[in-house]
Design a protein around this ligand. Structure first.
Ligand SMILES: [Zn+2]
Length: 295
C-alpha cells in the first residue's frame, strides 16, 4: 500500500487535496470511512489531544489499523494539535502516521526550537511519521463561536514560512492564511462563508516548498478551497461541520425513536448525516471529480 507521503505527492501532482476529518467516537469513524470508501479516496482521520483522551490513543490506533488491514484501504491516522512532546511520543509509539505539533502560541523562535526537537524525537521513534508544524494564529476550538477573531494580526508570511521549515525540518506546514478554527452561527446556517488569502497561500508554498495543510476548513467557500488547493494546499481539515452534523443526526435519531434505548437503532441517522458532509467535502477537495485518485 502507498504511504501517506506517496499519496500526498500524488495529490499534489493531481491538484487535489486529501481530506482530514476529526473523529471522537465510532459514529464519526464509521461515517468518514464510509464516505471515503464510496468515493474510493484516501483519507486521514485526526484526533486532537482532547479527542484522543476520550477515545484512547492506543484504542483508536487499533481501530484505524483494523480498517486499513481488513479493507486494504489507505486510511491514515493523525495526532491533531499536539501541544507537548510527551503527547507526541505517546501517539508515535501507538503507531499514528502523522502528527500536528502545534506550538504556534509560543514566540516564533521558541516554536522553531521546540518543533525541531520534536521532529528529531518523533522520527527517532518512527522515521516514516510525518510531522506538521504550525505558524501564525487561526484561533482555537472547533466549535461555534459568537465572534470572529481578528485573523489579520496572525497571518503567516512567506519569509516566516521558509525560516520555520528550514529551521525545523517539518514535512508539512500549516500557515495562517485567513482560515480559522470553528464556525460562526451564520456559517452553520449557510449565510456566510470563510474566505482565504489565495495569493498568500501561493507565495508561502513557493517559499516553503513543503506539503501544506489548511486547518479550519469548515464553512469555507468551495471556490476558495479549489483555489487554495491549486495554490499548494495538500490536506484540508474539517471538524466543526462534522460535529454539527453529528448532533443534528443524533437529535433526529432520538426524535424518530422516542422510546428506543438500543444505540445501534438510534445512531444510524448520525452516521448518515456525518457521511453526507464527508462526501460533499471530499468532492470539493477533488475538484468535483469523484474518483480522481482511485484507491
Ligand atoms: Zn486545526
Amino acid at each position: 500500500m502507498q504511504s501517506l507521503r506517496d499519496l500526498l505527492q500524488e495529490a499534489q501532482k493531481n491538484g487535489v487535496a486529501i481530506g482530514h476529518f476529526n473523529i471522537s467516537d465510532l459514529v464519526l469513524l464509521k461515517a468518514v470511512f464510509a464516505g471515503a470508501q464510496e468515493l474510493k479516496l484516501p483519507v486521514l482521520v485526526g484526533l486532537s489531544e482532547g479527542e484522543r483522551e476520550f477515545v484512547g490513543v492506543r484504542q483508536i490506533a487499533a481501530l484505524v489499523k483494523s480498517l486499513r488491514e481488513e479493507f486494504d484501504y489507505p486510511i491514515f491516522l493523525n495526532a491533531d494539535h499536539t501541544h507537548s512532546l510527551a503527547k507526541g511520543v505517546e501517539a508515535a509509539k501507538a503507531g499514528f502516521d502523522s502528527i500536528v505539533f502545534d506550538l504556534s502560541a509560543l514566540p516564533f523562535e521558541e516554536n522553531i526550537r521546540q518543533t525541531k526537537q520534536a521532529v528529531e524525537a518523533l522520527k527517532a521513534i518512527n522515521p516514516s511519521m510525518l510531522v506538521e508544524g504550525e505558524i501564525g494564529d487561526i484561533g482555537t476550538g472547533s466549535e461555534i463561536h459568537d465572534h470572529a477573531p481578528d485573523l489579520k494580526k496572525g497571518l503567516s508570511t512567506p519569509a516566516e514560512a521558509k525560516q520555520f521549515v528550514d529551521g525545523t525540518g517539518v514535512d508539512i506546514l500549516a500557515p495562517a492564511v485567513g482560515n480559522m478554527h470553528g464556525m460562526l452561527m451564520s456559517m452553520v446556517e449557510g449565510e456566510t462563508k470563510k474566505h482565504l488569502d489565495i495569493e498568500r497561500i501561493g507565495a508561502i508554498k513557493k517559499a516553503a516548498g513543503v506539503f501544506m495543510t489548511l486547518h479550519g476548513g469548515s464553512g469555507t467557500d468551495d471556490g476558495d478551497l479549489h483555489k487554495a488547493i491549486a495554490g499548494g494546499i495538500n490536506i484540508v481539515h474539517v471538524n466543526t461541520e462534522l460535529r454539527v452534523a453529528w448532533r443534528h443526526g443524533l437529535e433526529q435519531g432520538l426524535a424518530k425513536h422516542p422510546e428506543e434505548v438500543v444505540p445501534y437503532k438510534i445512531l444510524p441517522p448520525a452516521v448518515d448525516a456525518v457521511k453526507e458532509v464527508v462526501l460533499s467535502r471530499l468532492r470539493v477537495f477533488n475538484g468535483g471529480r469523484h474518483f480522481a485518485q482511485g484507491v
